[in-house]
Ligand binder design. Structure first.
Ligand code: ADP
Length: 182
């Protein structure tokens, strides 16, 4: 595990399963229709139970889902986390379709929503780097830079922001990017 303090918020990188995290909100790498899917999305819906899908359905009916780069919030159902922030990262199409900015926007929108709700601790997965095939090193630089900029602009806003990386390999990549100063 790696920890750094950025403007009064603890930023942690660790390997693990996001559904197990004891933080106020976990972030889901969702899809635009908010239909539970594979990967981290499926794991969150399985562990959180049907309340999350019911709230996602309501959001879908009210506002048609969640555009790429934006975020919505539901309760956490049976999870230890009280809330799930569902954000939608971009599908990787080679890097010239605005993927970098959309990925940054997914992180920023999630952080902004957490801020608006007064949430103090949250956990992110590595958005877009599974089924959506975003290259992990490039995604790690964007993720860490976006979180760092947000924390620097909002001193002491959260007690803790964690990246919960599913494999040792992805954790190693995020750790290297953090140590290199991205
Ligand atoms: P996307 O569609 O945004 O690429 P995925 O869920 O396919 O989303 O993958 C995003 C990342 O989440 C991948 O690095 C994958 O290994 C990771 N992941 C899958 N399940 C979990 C989990 N339970 N906790 C944390 N990370 C997970």
């Amino acid at each position: 595990m790696t920890e750094v303090n950025i403007a009064g918020t603890l930023l942690k990188l660790l390997q693990g399963d996001i559904v197990e995290q004891e933080v106020e909100a976990i972030v889901n790498a969702a899809n635009t229709g908010l239909w539970g899917g594979s990967g981290v999305d499926g794991a969150i819906h399985r562990a959180g139970g049907p309340a999350i899908a019911a709230e996602c359905r309501r959001i879908r009916e009210e506002q048609g889902g969640c555009p790429v780069g934006q975020a919505v919030i539901t309760s956490g159902g049976f999870l230890k986390a009280r809330y799930v922030i569902h954000t939608v990262g971009p599908i990787w199409h080679g890097g010239r379709k605005g993927e970098d900015e959309l990925l940054a926007s997914a992180y920023r929108s999630s952080l902004q929503l957490a801020k608006e709700r007064g949430i103090k601790s949250l956990a992110f997965p590595s958005i877009s780097t599974g089924a959506y095939r975003f290259p992990v090193g490039r995604a790690a630089r964007i993720a860490l830079a976006t979180v760092k900029d947000f924390l620097a602009a909002n001193p002491g806003i959260f007690t803790e922001v964690r990246f919960v990386l599913f494999s040792q390999e992805i954790l190693n990549t995020y750790t290297r990017v953090l140590e290199e100063g991205f």
